[in-house]
Design a protein around this ligand. Structure first.
Ligand code: 5GP
Ligand code: MN
Ligand code: MN
Length: 471
C-alpha cells in the first residue's frame, strides 16, 4: 500500500483497486513507523471501498487496528451510502466526561484521596459484567433512558436539567427505537446502568497541570492545581450485544443489497434500507444508555465527594465540563450536504461559532476530552475551522502501541511501577492491570501535538493523573 506524504503530519493513501476514495492519515515522524505494525492502513483502505463513502476516510494519530474500521478512524458516508456497526465499534458511545471542582489538589492529602477512591468504589461497580447498584432504578428507567437518554435521569432528580447543555447531543441522540433491539441486548442492558465495566474504562482523579490557553480554560471553569475527575465508559453489555447482532445480520443484508464486503468487520447495509435504519435505531438506544450511564456514575462520584468532604457536591463546585462520545455514527452537515459520520475512536471537535455547539459553548466551541493513560497526561482540546478536513474530528486518546497480550508478555513489574510513578491505582493484581500500563499506549503528547501543530486542534489544558479506578 502506497502512503505518500501530503503535507506536514499528513499522509495520503491514494485510491487504488476497489477504493472509491482516498484515505488520509495524520501522523508525525515519531508516530509514522507505528502505522506499519498492524492492519490499520489496510482497514482504512477497506472502509474507502464502501458504497457512498465520502472523500477522504480519515485516520487519526492515535490509530490502531480494530474490528472493521481501525480505532482512530472517521468514515463519512452520503445519504445514498451505508451504515456499518463495525465502523462505530463494539462499545457504542464509549466516551469521556470531565467533572470540575473548586478543590485544589494541594488541599487534598493523599489519605483523603485514598478515602475518595474507596468511597467511589463503594458506589460504582467496576469490572466486566458487573450489575448496577441502582437495580430498581436501572430496570424501571431502562426503556425511558434508551429513548430519551440523560433526560430520563434528570426527571428523577439525578443531576439538573442544566447538565444537558454540557453533554454532546444534549444527552440524547434522536431516532432511538427499542423495537430494533434484540431481547438479549435488552436483558444485558437493563441491569447495568451506573456501572463502569472492565478493561480500559476508568474513573480518574486528575490535577489541572497546565493551562495552554489560559483565557479559554478559565472560561471553561478550569484553573491550575484544580482537582478534576475524568470518567471513561460506554454502553456496557447493551451496546456490545447490539454491535454483535448487527455485525452478524448485516453480512446477510450486504449480500441482499449487492454490497461487496472488504472485510466482515465492515458488515453494513444501506442507511436508508430497513436493515440500515434498524441499526441506527438500536445504536441510538445504546448511545442514550451510555450518556445516562456516565451521568449516573458522575452522580455517584458526587455522593462520594459529599461523604468525604462533608459538603454537598454543588458547594464543592462539582460540575460538568463536558461529555463527549468517541464511538458513534451521527447525521451531520458537512460541505453543504447531509452525511452520516462514523467516528470510531475519534472525538467530534466543533469550531467556535458552529451552530451545532451546545449553547454554553456556542462562541468558543465545545471542549474535546482526550484521555492519555493512567500514568501520563490527558488533554482538553478545542476545535478549529481547519478540522473541516476531518469532518470536525480529532483523536480520542493516545491509542495503543501494544496489544493486551503483547503488554502482558513484555512489560515487567518494575517497568510498570516506574511508569505509574506516584499515581494511585485500585487493582492490586499486577497481571490484571499490566495490559493498561502507560507503556502500552502511544505518547499522548506526540499524538496531540500532531494535530495541534497543523491547526486541526488547539490545546487548552493538560491534566495529570493522581489516582485511577480501573474497571
Ligand atoms: P478506548 O476508548 O480506545 O478504549 O480508549 C481511549 C483512550 O483512553 C486510549 O487510547 C488511551 O489513550 C486512554 N486511556 C486508557 N486508559 C486510561 C487511563 O486509565 N487513564 C487515562 N487518563 N487515559 C486512559
Ligand atoms: Mn473509549
Ligand atoms: Mn469503551
Amino acid at each position: 500500500m502506497e502512503l505518500v506524504r501530503d503535507g506536514k503530519n499528513r499522509y495520503r493513501l491514494v485510491r487504488t483497486g476497489k477504493m472509491r476514495v482516498d484515505a488520509v492519515v495524520y501522523v508525525n515522524e515519531v508516530l509514522l513507523p507505528l502505522l506499519r505494525d498492524d492492519k490499520s492502513l489496510e482497514q482504512l483502505a477497506h472502509a474507502a471501498m464502501l458504497p457512498g463513502v465520502i472523500n477522504p476516510v480519515v485516520g487519526m494519530p492515535d490509530i490502531h487496528e480494530g474490528f472493521g474500521l481501525p480505532i482512530g478512524g472517521v468514515m463519512a458516508v452520503g445519504e445514498d451510502g451505508v451504515i456499518s456497526a463495525g465502523a462505530v465499534g463494539m462499545d457504542i458511545n464509549c466516551g469521556v466526561r470531565l467533572i470540575r471542582t473548586d478543590l485544589r489538589v494541594r488541599e487534598v492529602p493523599v489519605p483523603q484521596l485514598k478515602n475518595l477512591m474507596l468511597t467511589v468504589e463503594d458506589y460504582v461497580p467496576t469490572g466486566v459484567g458487573k450489575k448496577s447498584k441502582h437495580g430498581e432504578l436501572s430496570r424501571r428507567l431502562f426503556e425511558r433512558v434508551a429513548r430519551t437518554g440523560v433526560r430520563a435521569l434528570v426527571e428523577q432528580g439525578v443531576g439538573a436539567a442544566a447538565d444537558l447543555e454540557y453533554i454532546e447531543e444534549g444527552g440524547c441522540l434522536a431516532g432511538a427505537d427499542l423495537d430494533a433491539v434484540s431481547r438479549e441486548a435488552y436483558k444485558r442492558g437493563e441491569t447495568q446502568l451506573g456501572t463502569l465495566g472492565g478493561g480500559n474504562h476508568f474513573i480518574e482523579f486528575q490535577e489541572v497541570a497546565e493551562l495552554l490557553e489560559p483565557a479559554l480554560a478559565e472560561r471553561w471553569g478550569l484553573f491550575p492545581g484544580q482537582l478534576t475527575v475524568m470518567i471513561h465508559t460506554g454502553s456496557r453489555g447493551f451496546g456490545h450485544q447490539i454491535c454483535t447482532d448487527f455485525s452478524r445480520s448485516h453480512v446477510t443484508a450486504a449480500k441482499k443489497y449487492g454490497i461487496e464486503l472488504p472485510n466482515k468487520g465492515l458488515a453494513c447495509a444501506p442507511s436508508n434500507s430497513p436493515e440500515g435504519r434498524q441499526y441506527f435505531q438500536a445504536m441510538a438506544c445504546a448511545v442514550n444508555f451510555a450518556f445516562a450511564n456516565r451521568h449516573l456514575i458522575s452522580h455517584d462520584v458526587g455522593r462520594a465527594f459529599a461523604d468525604v468532604f462533608r459538603k454537598e457536591p454543588e458547594k464543592l463546585g462539582f460540575g460538568l465540563v463536558y461529555d463527549v462520545a468517541h464511538n458513534i455514527a451521527k447525521w451531520e452537515r458537512h460541505g453543504g450536504r447531509k452525511v452520516l459520520v462514523h467516528r470510531k475512536g475519534a472525538t467530534r471537535a466543533l469550531p467556535p461559532g458552529h451552530e451545532d455547539n451546545p449553547r454554553p459553548y456556542r462562541e468558543t466551541g465545545h471542549p474535546a476530552l482526550i484521555p492519555g493513560s493512567m500514568g501520563t497526561s490527558s488533554y482538553v482540546l478545542a476545535g478549529t475551522e481547519r478540522a473541516a478536513a476531518t469532518f470536525f474530528s480529532v483523536n480520542h486518546g493516545a491509542g495503543r502501541v501494544l496489544s493486551r497480550g503483547a503488554a502482558e508478555r513484555t512489560i515487567s513489574r518494575e517497568q510498570f511501577e516506574e511508569s505509574m510513578g506516584a499515581v494511585l491505582y485500585n487493582i492490586r493484581n499486577f497481571k490484571e492491570i499490566v495490559d493498561e500500563s502507560p507503556l502500552a499506549y502511544k505518547d499522548v503528547d506526540q499524538v496531540v501535538q500532531t494535530l495541534a501543530e497543523i491547526g486541526l486542534t488547539r490545546k487548552v489544558a493538560r491534566l495529570r493523573p493522581l489516582a485511577v479506578i480501573k474497571g
